[in-house]
Write a protein that binds this ligand. Structure first.
Ligand code: VGL
Ligand code: ZN
Length: 210
Protein backbone atom coordinates (compact mmCIF):
# COMPACT_ATOMS: atom_id res chain seq x y z
CA UNK A 1 0.00 0.00 0.00
CA UNK A 2 1.40 3.37 -1.06
CA UNK A 3 1.04 6.49 1.01
CA UNK A 4 -0.45 9.50 -0.75
CA UNK A 5 1.59 12.05 1.19
CA UNK A 6 -0.48 15.18 0.58
CA UNK A 7 -3.78 13.63 1.65
CA UNK A 8 -2.95 10.77 4.05
CA UNK A 9 -2.55 11.15 7.80
CA UNK A 10 -1.35 8.81 10.53
CA UNK A 11 -3.56 9.13 13.60
CA UNK A 12 -1.75 7.91 16.73
CA UNK A 13 -4.23 7.18 19.49
CA UNK A 14 -3.41 7.59 23.21
CA UNK A 15 0.17 6.26 23.45
CA UNK A 16 0.31 7.39 27.07
CA UNK A 17 2.02 6.07 30.20
CA UNK A 18 -1.21 5.07 31.96
CA UNK A 19 -1.98 2.57 29.16
CA UNK A 20 1.40 0.89 29.40
CA UNK A 21 2.16 -2.23 31.47
CA UNK A 22 2.43 -1.04 35.08
CA UNK A 23 0.24 2.01 34.33
CA UNK A 24 -3.12 2.89 35.85
CA UNK A 25 -5.14 1.28 33.04
CA UNK A 26 -2.65 -1.20 31.65
CA UNK A 27 -2.91 -2.63 28.17
CA UNK A 28 -1.06 -5.92 27.86
CA UNK A 29 2.06 -5.41 25.72
CA UNK A 30 0.99 -1.78 25.14
CA UNK A 31 4.61 -0.62 25.02
CA UNK A 32 5.27 -2.90 22.04
CA UNK A 33 3.53 -0.39 19.76
CA UNK A 34 6.01 2.40 20.49
CA UNK A 35 8.89 1.33 18.21
CA UNK A 36 6.43 0.21 15.52
CA UNK A 37 4.69 3.60 15.58
CA UNK A 38 8.00 5.51 15.59
CA UNK A 39 8.99 3.70 12.40
CA UNK A 40 5.56 4.17 10.83
CA UNK A 41 5.45 7.87 11.64
CA UNK A 42 8.64 8.47 9.66
CA UNK A 43 6.78 7.33 6.56
CA UNK A 44 4.03 9.96 6.90
CA UNK A 45 4.28 13.68 6.28
CA UNK A 46 1.15 14.25 8.34
CA UNK A 47 0.88 12.77 11.83
CA UNK A 48 -1.72 13.61 14.47
CA UNK A 49 -1.59 12.42 18.07
CA UNK A 50 -4.51 12.08 20.46
CA UNK A 51 -4.15 12.38 24.22
CA UNK A 52 -6.76 11.10 26.67
CA UNK A 53 -7.03 14.02 29.13
CA UNK A 54 -9.40 13.71 32.06
CA UNK A 55 -10.24 16.07 34.93
CA UNK A 56 -10.56 14.80 38.51
CA UNK A 57 -13.83 13.00 39.33
CA UNK A 58 -14.31 12.17 35.64
CA UNK A 59 -17.51 10.30 34.79
CA UNK A 60 -15.48 7.34 33.44
CA UNK A 61 -13.68 6.76 36.75
CA UNK A 62 -15.07 3.96 38.92
CA UNK A 63 -13.93 5.96 41.96
CA UNK A 64 -16.32 8.79 41.01
CA UNK A 65 -19.25 6.40 41.50
CA UNK A 66 -17.74 4.32 44.31
CA UNK A 67 -17.89 1.32 42.01
CA UNK A 68 -15.33 -1.19 40.78
CA UNK A 69 -13.33 -0.66 37.60
CA UNK A 70 -14.60 -2.48 34.49
CA UNK A 71 -18.24 -2.35 35.65
CA UNK A 72 -20.70 -0.53 33.38
CA UNK A 73 -23.04 2.28 34.44
CA UNK A 74 -25.90 3.97 32.61
CA UNK A 75 -24.68 7.50 31.90
CA UNK A 76 -27.14 10.14 30.59
CA UNK A 77 -25.77 9.39 27.11
CA UNK A 78 -25.86 5.58 27.40
CA UNK A 79 -23.73 2.77 28.84
CA UNK A 80 -20.32 3.81 30.13
CA UNK A 81 -17.59 1.37 31.15
CA UNK A 82 -15.88 2.44 34.37
CA UNK A 83 -12.10 2.55 34.53
CA UNK A 84 -9.41 3.02 37.12
CA UNK A 85 -8.48 6.71 37.45
CA UNK A 86 -6.27 7.38 34.43
CA UNK A 87 -5.03 10.10 32.06
CA UNK A 88 -5.43 12.76 34.74
CA UNK A 89 -4.60 16.15 33.26
CA UNK A 90 -1.00 17.28 33.92
CA UNK A 91 0.13 13.96 35.44
CA UNK A 92 2.93 11.72 34.27
CA UNK A 93 0.35 9.02 33.56
CA UNK A 94 -1.26 11.26 30.97
CA UNK A 95 2.08 12.04 29.32
CA UNK A 96 3.08 10.27 26.13
CA UNK A 97 5.35 7.24 26.49
CA UNK A 98 8.87 8.70 26.77
CA UNK A 99 10.02 6.50 23.89
CA UNK A 100 7.47 7.92 21.46
CA UNK A 101 9.46 9.96 18.99
CA UNK A 102 7.40 11.89 16.44
CA UNK A 103 8.92 15.37 16.32
CA UNK A 104 7.03 16.23 13.14
CA UNK A 105 3.56 15.53 14.62
CA UNK A 106 1.35 18.41 13.51
CA UNK A 107 -1.50 18.26 16.03
CA UNK A 108 -2.05 16.92 19.54
CA UNK A 109 -5.79 16.52 20.04
CA UNK A 110 -6.90 16.20 23.66
CA UNK A 111 -10.16 14.45 24.40
CA UNK A 112 -12.21 13.41 27.41
CA UNK A 113 -11.65 16.76 29.12
CA UNK A 114 -15.33 17.30 29.97
CA UNK A 115 -16.09 15.92 33.41
CA UNK A 116 -19.53 14.57 32.44
CA UNK A 117 -18.79 13.01 29.03
CA UNK A 118 -16.13 10.45 28.17
CA UNK A 119 -14.57 10.44 24.71
CA UNK A 120 -13.14 7.25 23.28
CA UNK A 121 -13.34 8.53 19.73
CA UNK A 122 -11.07 11.21 18.33
CA UNK A 123 -14.11 12.60 16.45
CA UNK A 124 -17.16 12.44 18.73
CA UNK A 125 -17.49 12.21 22.48
CA UNK A 126 -19.35 9.25 23.99
CA UNK A 127 -22.71 11.03 23.65
CA UNK A 128 -22.09 10.45 19.89
CA UNK A 129 -23.03 14.10 19.31
CA UNK A 130 -20.38 16.45 20.70
CA UNK A 131 -17.64 16.89 18.08
CA UNK A 132 -13.98 17.20 19.03
CA UNK A 133 -13.31 19.35 15.97
CA UNK A 134 -11.01 16.81 14.32
CA UNK A 135 -13.22 16.23 11.27
CA UNK A 136 -13.23 19.95 10.48
CA UNK A 137 -9.48 20.18 11.02
CA UNK A 138 -8.80 17.29 8.64
CA UNK A 139 -11.16 18.64 6.00
CA UNK A 140 -9.74 22.14 6.13
CA UNK A 141 -6.27 20.69 5.70
CA UNK A 142 -7.33 18.51 2.76
CA UNK A 143 -6.51 15.27 4.57
CA UNK A 144 -8.70 12.47 3.27
CA UNK A 145 -7.37 9.07 4.31
CA UNK A 146 -6.57 8.04 7.87
CA UNK A 147 -4.26 5.29 9.10
CA UNK A 148 -4.99 4.53 12.75
CA UNK A 149 -2.66 3.02 15.35
CA UNK A 150 -2.15 3.16 19.12
CA UNK A 151 -4.14 2.21 22.21
CA UNK A 152 -6.43 0.63 22.87
CA UNK A 153 -7.55 -1.34 19.82
CA UNK A 154 -10.94 -2.26 21.31
CA UNK A 155 -11.79 1.19 22.73
CA UNK A 156 -10.27 4.41 21.48
CA UNK A 157 -8.90 3.02 18.20
CA UNK A 158 -12.18 1.22 17.56
CA UNK A 159 -14.44 4.24 18.10
CA UNK A 160 -12.10 6.58 16.26
CA UNK A 161 -12.18 4.23 13.26
CA UNK A 162 -15.97 3.90 13.34
CA UNK A 163 -16.53 7.65 13.56
CA UNK A 164 -13.79 8.46 11.06
CA UNK A 165 -15.52 6.24 8.56
CA UNK A 166 -18.96 7.65 9.39
CA UNK A 167 -17.85 11.24 8.90
CA UNK A 168 -16.48 10.39 5.49
CA UNK A 169 -12.79 9.54 5.72
CA UNK A 170 -11.26 6.45 4.19
CA UNK A 171 -10.11 4.68 7.34
CA UNK A 172 -7.52 1.92 7.77
CA UNK A 173 -6.34 0.35 11.03
CA UNK A 174 -2.71 -0.77 11.29
CA UNK A 175 -3.34 -3.77 13.47
CA UNK A 176 0.19 -4.67 14.62
CA UNK A 177 0.60 -1.06 15.80
CA UNK A 178 -2.29 -1.49 18.26
CA UNK A 179 -2.93 -3.55 21.40
CA UNK A 180 -6.25 -4.27 23.14
CA UNK A 181 -7.58 -3.84 26.70
CA UNK A 182 -9.44 -7.10 26.12
CA UNK A 183 -12.66 -6.95 28.12
CA UNK A 184 -15.11 -9.82 27.43
CA UNK A 185 -15.98 -9.78 23.69
CA UNK A 186 -14.40 -6.38 23.11
CA UNK A 187 -11.91 -7.54 20.49
CA UNK A 188 -14.37 -9.80 18.66
CA UNK A 189 -16.93 -6.96 18.56
CA UNK A 190 -14.31 -4.56 17.27
CA UNK A 191 -13.23 -6.95 14.51
CA UNK A 192 -16.85 -7.53 13.45
CA UNK A 193 -17.79 -3.85 13.48
CA UNK A 194 -14.74 -2.74 11.54
CA UNK A 195 -15.31 -5.50 8.98
CA UNK A 196 -18.97 -4.51 8.56
CA UNK A 197 -17.94 -0.89 7.93
CA UNK A 198 -15.24 -1.91 5.43
CA UNK A 199 -12.53 -0.46 7.63
CA UNK A 200 -9.49 -2.33 6.36
CA UNK A 201 -7.06 -3.84 8.87
CA UNK A 202 -3.52 -4.07 7.61
CA UNK A 203 -0.01 -4.83 8.90
CA UNK A 204 2.54 -2.02 9.12
CA UNK A 205 4.82 -3.92 6.74
CA UNK A 206 2.24 -3.46 4.00
CA UNK A 207 2.89 0.30 4.00
CA UNK A 208 5.61 1.43 1.62
CA UNK A 209 7.35 4.72 1.22
CA UNK A 210 5.73 6.76 -1.53
C1 VGL B 1 -9.07 4.38 26.56
C2 VGL B 1 -10.42 3.48 28.17
C3 VGL B 1 -10.50 4.70 28.80
C4 VGL B 1 -8.28 4.17 25.30
C5 VGL B 1 -9.14 5.60 27.17
O1 VGL B 1 -7.38 4.98 25.02
O2 VGL B 1 -8.59 3.18 24.59
N1 VGL B 1 -9.72 3.32 27.05
N2 VGL B 1 -9.86 5.75 28.29
ZN1 ZN C 1 -9.98 7.61 29.32
Amino acid sequence: MHILQPTDALLVIDVQNDFMPGGALPVTDGDAVVPIINTLAQKFDHVILTQDWHPTAHISFASTHTKQPYETIEAPYGPQTLWPDHSLQHTDGAAFHPGLSIPHAELILRKGFRRHIDSYSAFLENDHTTPTGLAGYLRERGLKRLFLCGLAYDFCVRYSAIDGKHVGFETIVIEDATRAVNLPNSVAETNATLASLNVLRINSHEIEFA
